[in-house]
Design a protein around this ligand. Structure first.
Ligand code: NAD
Ligand code: UFG
Length: 343
């Protein structure tokens, strides 16, 4: 048996990071988590332990804190690859606090990349987003689809960090980088023990629906029914968070012996409208979701879904979960944990 590889997961107590930790541990990796807990709770580590029987080593560190990063890499000399989830991600907040978003996401990532290379670790998986395609030139979106400037500072940090990583790699051939462009992650661990725990009133569709289902919120506002889509509501490519988690493990396997930058979309390849999701949620869970059509939300696009062929061809990854399971697992998590991970 080869020795267990040690993986540093930044943002590992967050939504996608915590689910990825479960998958990494179950596939035999040694996992180190870094997070400053600005948008997550330590309780997620307890849940990872309950599911896998293993608690990842945890460092409460801010990626802006270079000395703390140095100490972490000194204490964990076996880190061979970094999965970089840490970052602020609220689209609306980024328009109100652009400096904070550029500082946290760009400056923080630059510190991380510098400390990585200083310690000879140049294997990186970066959490990017379908937002880098802006209003896409075509659907399904392939990785060759031209990038367009996102409409908000959060999205711009993703596109800028991708560009920075491409330049780093062009100047130093030892970098081995995978850019993963996630489409719309939803769902939760099928045990109901882990899921998304948003602060305050959710901005995203699925957490809003689950809070309407639980009675915390009165009704769903559907943002626009006059888009050029089959039922007029926005179409997105929803992907189960456990499928995303597997996508990261597949990326590590893919990276073996490679150099340079490789880009993959992580989506299912299927677009569902807002009303499709509402109806799928209702039928998966035997519930009714009251909704009202509202005006379009600023910055939204009509339609966005992936071509997921490259990930299947090059790294053998394909989404396994359908929309019904995404809806059932989201609801199981919400109903078992009405207050998320608590205070
Ligand atoms: P999340 O907020 O649950 O997780 C991000 C984690 O990063 C949080 O635990 C937060 O505390 C931590 N963090 C933020 N700034 C930090 C800092 N300076 N130092 C240390 N830790 C810090 O978000 P998520 O949904 O799990 O997203 C993970 C990554 O995937 C993010 O980079 C996000 O931009 C990206 N992404 C998310 C989506 C989505 O819809 N959820 C879509 C595309 C891309
Ligand atoms: N929507 C509603 N009502 C709501 C919330 C959302 O109708 O209360 C609609 C939106 O208008 C959109 C769809 O549901 O048509 C999905 O909206 P989300 O806010 O859940 O997701 P977005 O596609 O707007 O954005 C998400 C992430 C971004 C990421 C992008 C692409 O929030 O960070 O996917 O990956 F960049």
């Amino acid at each position: 048996m080869p020795e267990k590889q040690t993986i540093l997961v930044t943002g590992g107590t967050g939504f996608i990071g915590s689910h990825t930790c479960v998958e990494l541990i179950e596939q035999g990796y040694d996992v180190v988590v870094l997070d400053n807990l600005v948008n997550s709770k330590v309780e997620s580590l307890n849940r990872i332990e309950r599911i896998t029987g293993t608690r990842p080593r945890f460092y409460e560190v801010d990626i802006l804190d270079r000395e703390a990063l140095e100490r972490l890499f000194a204490e964990e000399p076996d880190i061979s690859c970094v999965i970089h989830f840490a970052g602020l991600k609220a689209v609306g907040e980024s328009c109100k606090k652009p400096w904070e978003y550029y500082h946290n996401n760009i400056a923080g990532s630059l510190e991380l990349f510098d400390v990585m290379r200083a310690h000879g670790c140049k294997n990186l998986i970066f959490s990017s987003s379908a937002t880098v395609y802006g209003d896409p030139e075509f659907v399904p979106i392939t990785e060759e689809c031209p990038k367009h400037t996102p409409t908000n500072p959060y999205g711009k940090t993703k596109t800028m960090l991708e560009d920075i990583l491409v330049d780093l790699s062009a100047a130093d051939a030892e970098w081995n980088i995978v850019l993963l462009r996630y489409f719309n992650p939803i769902g939760a661990h099928p045990s109901g023990l882990m899921g998304e725990d948003p602060n305050g009133i959710p901005n995203n569709l699925m957490p809003y629906i689950t809070q309407v289902a639980s009675g915390k919120l009165e009704e769903l506002g559907v943002f626009g029914d006059d888009y050029d889509t089959p039922d007029g509501t926005g179409v997105r490519d929803y992907i189960h968070v456990m499928d995303l988690a597997v996508g990261h493990v597949k990326s590590i396997e893919f990276m073996a012996g490679k150099h340079g930058v490789n880009v993959f979309n992580l989506g299912t390849g299927i677009g569902y409208s807002v009303l499709d999701v509402v109806h799928a949620f209702e039928s998966a869970n035997g519930l009714t979701i009251p909704y009202r059509i509202k005006p379009r939300r600023a910055g939204d696009i009509a339609c966005c879904y992936a071509s997921a062929e490259k990930a299947e061809r090059d790294m053998g990854w394909k989404a396994q979960y359908g929309i019904e399971e995404m809806c059932a697992d989201s609801w199981r998590w919400q109903s078992m944990n009405p207050d998320g991970y608590g205070d």
